[in-house]
Design a protein around this ligand. Sequence first.
Ligand SMILES: [Zn+2]
Length: 466
Amino acid sequence: MKLNWHEIDRFLTGEAWSGSLIRKHTTELADVIGPRWGGSSQDRMTAEYISNQMKTAGLDRSEIEPFEIDTWNHGSVSITLPEDNDRIIASLPFLRCKPIDLVTPLLDVGHATVHEVEELRPRLNGAIVLASISPEPFTSIEPFTARISRLADAGASAIIAIEPKTGGRMEYANSDEWLNVGPQKDAIAVVKTSSEDGAYLRRVAPNEPLIRVSVDSKYFDSEAYNTVAELEGEVYPDHHLILAGHHDTVIGTAGGNDNTSGTIGVMETARTLSVLRDVLGIRPGISIRFATWSGEEQHLQGSRAYVSRHYAEDSPQRENKPLLNINLDELSTGHMKGIVLTFPHLRKFIQGQLDTMDDGLKCHVLSHMDAHSDHFPFVEQAIDAAITWRWRFWGRHEDANFHHETGDAANKLNVRELKEYVGQLARLLLRLSHVPPNDWPVNPVTISDVNRMIERDAGRSHPTFH
Ligand SMILES: [Zn+2]
């Protein structure tokens, strides 16, 4: 089939822009439904909304796939100074923080580097300690999760972690390494305080005041919901590509940037390609699947459930693996600069396709394993998976530096840039879908190769986020 790419590009770009439902979806997801913690009733409402919208957009198939999620939630949380008129210190638990109610003298461990912890080691057993999340500036950078482990190994009972963001902002964070550790229940309790209250505690800490940390939380199982829709390929319907992003948020935030932006990126790209089929009669060659995951904020449980149900070596319903998964997460952090692969063998091939779009988009390859979003469960099965390049060292929009906090509201979604993403993703996916599967470079990566790479990188700092 001879395709007129000039006509197609003009159509997709125009439809992404002027047919856009971004405003409608933002209102529904971020303002009407609001926070969408995986396993909650809002998670279900979100999946129903997305799945219905995919049907309305004319996708060939649109389903909800429930899965069991190992989840957690918290009630009241507090940090107080009993000898300072019960002064209340700003507090927010780390995700999956265990329940605790403890009073001990406060010990300041600085940044919890090796020498700081060694110096206080004899006194750390059972103690509540104060530690900065920001790295010690003259020590090679260690993730905070590694410093949490060091304090736990030294016997500390709880950590008060000082938020690096200022102005009272506090974002939910994780206390464990995502590369090779599953959800934790027994790790040390970690509670965050604001930069300002952290500075207050640091000033009074030399007197070792009594401090009380109290967290009411519980672990439980629940049902969570992924959505999957598909545009069937007209030439190679038995092969597929996946465009996906997570629709869940952390507790208490509507997630305009993280990840209403990526969710709508998936929905709108699907709609735009569906309209192309209806108006110009042009379908994808290879099938394209459009998925939204729940449970990303809880150790990628939704995408991992999907991958293990459909693609794992021992899966009873094992299907052909996708040729490529493209993951959308936090698209308000910068405009689209290109595609970042985990394995290198597709780089030239994809760069060639990007070059035909003539938007200056680049294809890069991560030098390390990155477990921070939903491409990773695909990577674990040695499936080609990519993220979009929004920033690396430069190019990040500071006014969209919001995720995991109340301020990541609907207004953090950048409508014009999202329209550009949708047009470019639709053009790229359609191009990729019209390359016969046999012409794609063969994926030589095995699961044991991946395990070696995970081993190599676990516990090391991730330069993307600096
Ligand atoms: Zn996210």
